[in-house]
Design a protein around this ligand. Structure first.
Ligand code: MN
Ligand code: MN
Length: 460
């Protein structure tokens, strides 16, 4: 049951469309290095496509009808878009849901200190990272500093060509005999991930003169006091844009494919729907997936069902019972990346149940670890319907599981949405070097994901 390589199926027209999608995705990825930046970008795209903010519609008590487009901004860190269909909401929605947070290095609340004529920012990493991958590379600082007067300073330092970058130093190989004998998980510790942010002391300052200089720069350029860091959210991420990868330019190397590649693919698919789809279609971009979907912007919060209720209400068709029936009737693709088969690490995979780069969008019946623990195990009845939708629409797709049995595992937002009783399956783009500072995808899989998500929203 080997699946064909998507590249072999493309004619000139398809290749042109593929490159257009790849270029647009790279812009989304390069401009969205944090969940907040992705929401900002998505709001812009949504408003351009005719989507209205649900808060405004609720205030104005605007009645909603088929064809209307609505978005919900959850604290600037998660976002949902709804395109209302002909069928009433009690019949459920077709949902494509992904996440826009990615592994990274967050600054602590009291981050700054000075040592040996360097100024540092102390950090606490976010999500599953191999810490040794984050040293000796250019990092950019993105985020917000919220001040007591209610104002918010946004920063993105390290992306423009003439911006400075920051980074975490590594020990020189010449003195690394002891370090090199350690386990990879111990080579760099969590507390060792301190970011160098300065090295020039103020002339007429005796104590902490380098830090004093840095604080002066922060004050002058951004109007920030050190105390303001107490209410800041600053994320250190790999600096610089994504790149075409491979001499044949078939792949994209970049930070945050997990899971912005599925987020972007689902957005492009949503914006390409006809004026009035049969069922209401929803594109859901969640935060906090990488740390367990917790918190007010994580998928475990109730924003999806709350928005469902509000929209039902504005269509004049709300009741608690109808809401519950609607939630249970939904069909969903939990759009998240999967592990791409890597011949250099073949022993981690079981080849006939692995996802291959270039062979299209990938369906994972289950995720989890140690005997599927923690997994949403999708129903075969639902998978059979998906097979038909994919094949009827000439989409290259494959099935996979995340590596060999008992080698490891992972999770997505699928099991959370399944709590409502809806049909859910994981569906995404295979990635190499997942969770590394720079990850790799195939342009073909991105292109097939866009087509798959559109076909799903129109036909599920
Ligand atoms: Mn993910
Ligand atoms: Mn992940």
């Amino acid at each position: 049951m080997e699946r064909p390589n998507a590249w072999k199926t493309y004619d000139e027209k398809a290749l042109k469309a593929l490159e257009k999608t790849a270029a647009a995705y790279r812009r989304y990825l390069d401009d969205g290095k944090t969940e907040r930046e992705c929401v900002t970008e998505t709001v812009e795209m949504a408003e351009k496509a005719g989507y209205k903010n649900l808060d405004d519609l609720i205030k104005a008590e605007t009645a909603l009808k088929a064809g209307d487009k609505v978005y919900v901004n959850c604290m600037g860190k998660a976002i949902m878009l709804f395109h209302l269909g002909k069928q009433p909401l009690v019949k459920g929605m077709n949902i494509v849901g992904s996440h826009i947070d990615s592994p990274r290095i967050d600054l602590k609340q009291n981050p700054f200190y000075e040592d040996s004529d360097f100024a540092y920012a102390d950090t606490h990493y976010y999500g599953g990272v191999k810490k040794y991958q984050w040293v000796a590379r250019a990092l950019a600082l993105h985020g917000v500093i919220c001040k007591k007067d209610g104002s918010v300073v946004e920063i993105a330092i390290g992306e423009k060509d003439d911006d400075p970058v920051v980074g975490i130093s590594d020990l020189l190989i010449h003195l690394s005999a002891e370090q090199m004998s350690k386990k990879a998980s111990e080579v760099i510790t969590g507390e060792g991930l301190d970011i160098t942010i300065g090295g020039r002391p103020l002339k007429d300052e005796d104590k902490n003169a380098v830090m004093a200089n840095i604080l002066g720069i922060l004050k002058e350029k951004y109007g920030i006091e050190e105390e303001d860091m107490l209410s800041a959210e600053i994320e250190a991420v790999p600096a610089g844009p994504s790149r075409e990868y491979g001499l044949d330019r078939s792949m994209i190397l970049g930070y945050g494919h997990d899971d912005r590649v599925c987020a972007y693919a689902s957005l492009e698919a949503l914006f390409d729907l006809p004026e009035v789809p049969e069922y209401t279609c929803c594109c859901l971009l969640a935060d906090k997936e990488e740390i367990g979907s917790v918190g007010a912007t994580g998928m475990r919060a109730h924003y999806f069902e709350n928005a469902y209720a509000e929209i039902m209400n504005l269509t004049g068709d709300y009741s608690e019972l109808k809401l519950r029936r609607g939630l249970a009737a939904c069909r969903m693709l939990s759009c998240d990346v999967s592990a791409g088969y890597d011949p250099l690490y073949a022993s981690a995979f079981e080849k006939k149940n692995a996802a291959f780069l270039g062979r299209g969008v990938c369906y994972n019946k289950f995720t989890g670890s140690r005997g599927k623990s923690g997994s949403n195990d999708a129903n075969p009845e639902f998978i059979a319907r998906l097979r038909k939708i994919m094949d009827d629409n000439s989409i290259c797709w494959q099935t996979a599981e995340l590596g060999k049995v008992d080698v490891g595992g992972g999770g997505t937002i699928a099991y959370i949405c399944a709590l409502y009783g809806m049909e859910v399956i994981d569906s995404g783009v295979p990635v190499l070097s997942m969770h590394a500072p720079l990850e790799i995808i195939s342009k073909a899989d991105l292109y097939e994901a866009v087509k798959a998500y559109k076909a799903f929203m129109l036909n599920a």
